[in-house]
Structures are given as C-alpha cells and as structure tokens.
Design a protein around this ligand. Sequence first.
Ligand SMILES: [Fe+2]
Length: 295
Amino acid sequence: MTEAAESVEVVPLAESLGAEIRGVDLARVAGAHTMQSIKDALNRYSVLVFRGQHIAQQRQVDFAAQFGPLRTPPIYKYGVEGHHPGLHMVSNVLHNDRQIGLADAGVFWHSDAAYMERPVMYTFLYAVEVPQTDGRSLGDTCFASTAAAYDALTPEMKRRIDGLRAVQSLRHKYEKKIAAGVLKRGELTKEQQEKAPDRSQPMVRTHPVTGRKSLFISEGHTCGIVGIPDIEAKTLLSELCAFSTQPKFVYRHQWKVGDFVLWDNATTLHKATFDYKLPQRRLLYRCTVEGGPVF
Ligand SMILES: [Fe+2]
C-alpha cells in the first residue's frame, strides 16, 4: 500500500515557522493519512519544504488542487502552455527578448493577492533552475510569521489595532516598484486596476482553519488605515512591518533544484532576494489556491 509505506517526518527549520517534510515523494499521489499529516504540519509551521522532488507540471497542479480551488491570476499572464492557467512561471529568463515569467515577484514583503476580496490562501513553488555563484545558491526567499508577530505584540498594541481595517493596494505595489526602478511586468493598466481596486481588509485576521490570529499588513501592499490620518497610519504600519519581519520571526529558504515549497499566506509574509542576474538563470513553477474572504 502506497499510503502505509510513507512515513512523514516533520523537521522544524526556524524558531517561528517553517518545517521540512521528509519521507514524501510528491510525484506519487499521497494517501489520505499522508495528506492529513502535510496539512497538519502546514497549519502548525506555515511554510513546508520538500527537498529533492522530481514532479511533472501537471502533478504540481493536481497536488495544489487538494488544498482548495486553483486560482488563475487575473492580472498577469505567464502561464505554461497546455496546463491549467493557474500554473505559471517565476523567472528572470528571456525568450526572444521577452520575459518568460514573473521577474519582479516578491521585491517587498507581502502576502499573495492581499488586495483581492478572496486573497491567495496557499502558494506552491517548485524550483527547476536556481542561480548559483561559487556553488552557493542565490535568490533566496524569506518568510516571516505574522502569527508569531501578532502573538508577540503588547496588549496595548493589540487593543490599538483591534477592529482596524488597512487599505491593501495593487496600485501601491506598482508605485513602489516603479519608484525603486524594479518593475518588469509593464505598468498597471486601467483594466487591471479595475480588477483589483484598493480594498480595506482587517489588520488582524483569524485563520479559517486554526482560529489563530495574525497581522495582515505588509510593506508591499498596505498603504493606509481606514479612519486614521495618513502620517499616523504610515508610522504605525512601518512600525508593525518592521516588528513582524524581525529575524526571530523569519525563515530564509535557500533554494536547491528540486525544492518544492508550500506556504500559508494567512499566517506569513514573504520576500524574494534579488542577488543574481543573467546569465544566472532562475526558474520556478508557481500555482496558488484561493482562500475565502478575510475575517
Ligand atoms: Fe508573492
């Protein structure tokens, strides 16, 4: 029996989040017991790392679909021909002078699609090409636990932000990337803006499965707080962003080819590291699962 043969080992990777899952071959369909072990670990550790995987693109899609409805990105198109439109590439590689994938994903700390009514719940990344220098991997991804950060807030701060709503904005993300000179996906069109207007979301969210509370703001997406003067809101947001991304709340993932990483956007922020450039190539396949409205 495939299911009985797999013994899932969960090895924590950092103080506040992240675990490596050993004993699971994602190329095979996991049994119910294995899937439950993976979901339990995800709820506890927020970021899961599976090393040394060899999976076909369709298998990534099928695995992700076991966590919820696969999401088709409404704004950008870097899909993989012949596959679900939700599977797309994150890459700095050019083909005929055109980007084959998202090349500027994760410049700033963020959780995926926080500005949508139903933000991304889970993100799945599979590393096919990893840039290297002197045998060391480049292009790390950092993850921060917004749940551990919320837990560590003072009672006064928890009372201060309780019930507040922050403005999550795709427009803000584009403006920040343009200001930093790193936008590589074309400017935001009116049509794209209409698909993702600025949206207020709770500053503290409750996890739909575990009930755990976490901070729901980020430097990449959050541009204000409803009912709070702009300067005061920006000061508070900066303070909370810095607080939630302290080293003790962060796991930094150094990629190897064959790594499959899955994370929960309801309890984490993430950010990429741009310390490589062509001819150093980076290629990851990405798909996401949609969550429900945030509460
Ligand atoms: Fe992201």
